[in-house]
Design a protein around this ligand. Structure first.
Ligand SMILES: *Cc1c(COP(=O)(O)O)cnc(C)c1O
Length: 486
């Protein structure tokens, strides 16, 4: 991202009280757009995983803010020298860790405009377009996902917040007047699978239900929630005087991208009068692809759903979407009669009523740019390509004597491990941990690891617009070569 500063770059720091002069903003603005464009073109040359050691970046920076203003050229030079080496490059084509997601050109440009406007959409009147574009883009996304109307949607920062809000709504839905009385001595229970994301634990703890308020239901051989055990757990809790409140089903678990049987879980929730929240943070967008629409089967019966466009829809972080069929419950959880803020327009949505935060960034702008720029066809082509690349890796591991696939590959994530003939299980775990460390040291790829059935495995996730077959072949070559050296 390095670039020479413009020849006229130096200046005396602005004295007085105004903003950066427009002329200076313009000059650095042009320069930074050029830098970002070049960064995206050349990101592959940097090591994908930052080589910084803990404390390196902090130690390179002053201990206090400057007493007087500094030159922009100097700030940018420090960015190049001190900050960039501490960046792990999520835009690098070899980034295949976690859920490997990029931003995108249109997403970055939308983010730039949102920063320029600095509009806060806490109320409809505090920026009508922030509220209404959020409504429009989320309705577009609803249609792309194949979900029926009516469905209320809002954008939050992360799936963790979305799930927290959904479970807060679930408490109101239970008609226990919790908004006013608190949880009190009532024993409530939320259920999710043993493979569910830790954000469910955090939400339940934050809502005051305690970690005992969450029950992890065991999974089957394909890592899906066992509904027979869910039913048994609910019956057992009811007999013990605990009120079953909600089930969180996962569509695309973080470890293995398994898909819980949402339809069966919906049957149980309807019978028991429980809220059903579906966590499809990563996998939900796969439903945009016609042959993958099935991943959201049954979700039309859920009370709420989270999908993260910042996970696999090319929207820069942060952009999580919370949908609910019960906006009244969400509002019951969060709305307060605040005279100072309430505005006279009838029939508008004031988004501050539907979550914890008052202020709201203009996040729908970048989502709008991405949906329009790529279009449904462009998005489908890209998601399909990522799934095709994942199949190449899965086939390679399947056919190899030394590697094996450890979970079904339905989407763009492959869970596999090195398991050559003759190694005992504890040695296999150690070998995989070592393999992961060495491969990530290469700087060419970044993979993550996880545990499946207690064993150390490797995860390769495709979700980056710059990842091509060449990068996937390189990852496989590195894995093979490194394994031979173990
Ligand atoms: C990543 C992930 C989350 C958390 O997402 P954030 O937006 O980072 O909070 C929750 N659930 C699943 C299944 C995930 O994969």
């Amino acid at each position: 991202m390095k670039q020479d500063n413009p020849p006229d770059g130096g200046r005396e720091p602005t004295p007085g009280t105004g903003d950066m002069p427009a002329e200076e903003f313009r000059r650095y603005g042009h320069m930074l757009v050029e830098r970002v464009a070049r960064y995206l073109e050349e990101v592959e040359r940097a090591p994908v995983l930052s080589r910084a050691q803990p404390g390196d970046i902090r130690a390179s920076l002053p201990r206090a803010a400057p007493a007087s203003g500094e030159d922009m050229a100097k700030i940018l030079a420090d960015f190049d020298e001190k900050i960039l080496p501490g960046i792990t490059h999520w835009n690098h084509p070899g980034f295949m860790a976690y859920f490997a997601i990029t931003g995108s050109g249109p997403g970055i440009l939308g983010e730039l405009l949102a920063a320029g406007l600095n509009a806060n959409g806490m109320l409809w009147r505090s920026s009508p377009a922030v509220t209404e574009l959020e409504e429009v883009t989320l309705d577009w996304l609803r249609q792309l996902l194949g979900l029926p109307e009516p469905l209320f949607g809002e954008i939050t920062d992360t799936a963790s917040s979305s799930t927290l809000y959904a479970l807060a709504a679930a408490r109101e839905f239970a008609d226990m007047d919790i908004h006013r009385r608190g949880v009190g001595g009532q024993r409530l229970r939320v259920y999710c699978s043993a493979e569910a994301h830790s954000s469910v634990d955090k939400a339940v703890i934050t809502l005051g239900l305690g970690s005992d308020g969450l029950r992890h239901i065991p999974v089957d051989e394909r890592f899906r929630m066992r509904t027979d055990l869910l039913e048994a757990a609910i019956a057992e809790d009811k007999a013990a005087g605990i009120r079953p409140l909600a089930v969180v089903a996962t569509v695309g678990t973080t470890g293995t991208t398994s898909i819980d049987p949402v339809t069966e879980i919906a049957d149980i929730c309807e019978r028991e009068g429980m809220w059903l929240h579906v966590d499809a943070s990563y996998a939900g967008v796969a439903a945009i692809v016609p042959e993958k629409r099935y991943v959201l089967a049954g979700v039309e019966r859920a009370h709420s759903l989270v999908v993260n466009p910042h996970k696999w829809l090319f929207v820069p972080i942060d952009c999580s979407v919370l949908y609910t069929r019960e906006p009244a419950a969400l509002k019951a959880a969060f709305a307060l009669p605040l005279e100072i803020l309430y505005a006279p327009e009838p029939g508008v949505t004031n988004l501050m009523d539907y979550g914890m935060s008052l202020g709201r960034r203009f996040r729908s702008l970048k989502l709008w740019f991405v949906l329009r720029y790529f279009g449904a066809a462009g998005i489908i082509a890209r998601l399909r390509e990522h799934m095709r690349l994942a199949q190449i890796v899965a086939r390679w591991a399947d056919e190899s004597d030394a590697f094996e696939v450890c979970a079904p590959v339905e989407l763009s994530t492959v869970v596999f491990r090195y398991n050559p003939p003759g190694l005992a299980p504890p040695e296999v775990d150690t070998a995989n941990a070592e393999l992961l460390r060495l491969v990530n040291e290469s700087g060419d790829v970044f993979l993550s690891g996880t545990k499946v059935n207690g064993s150390q495995v490797l995860r390769l996730a495709i979700g980056n617009l710059r990842t091509t077959e060449r990068h996937v072949l390189r990852a496989m070559e590195l894995l093979e070569q490194t394994a031979k050296r173990l």
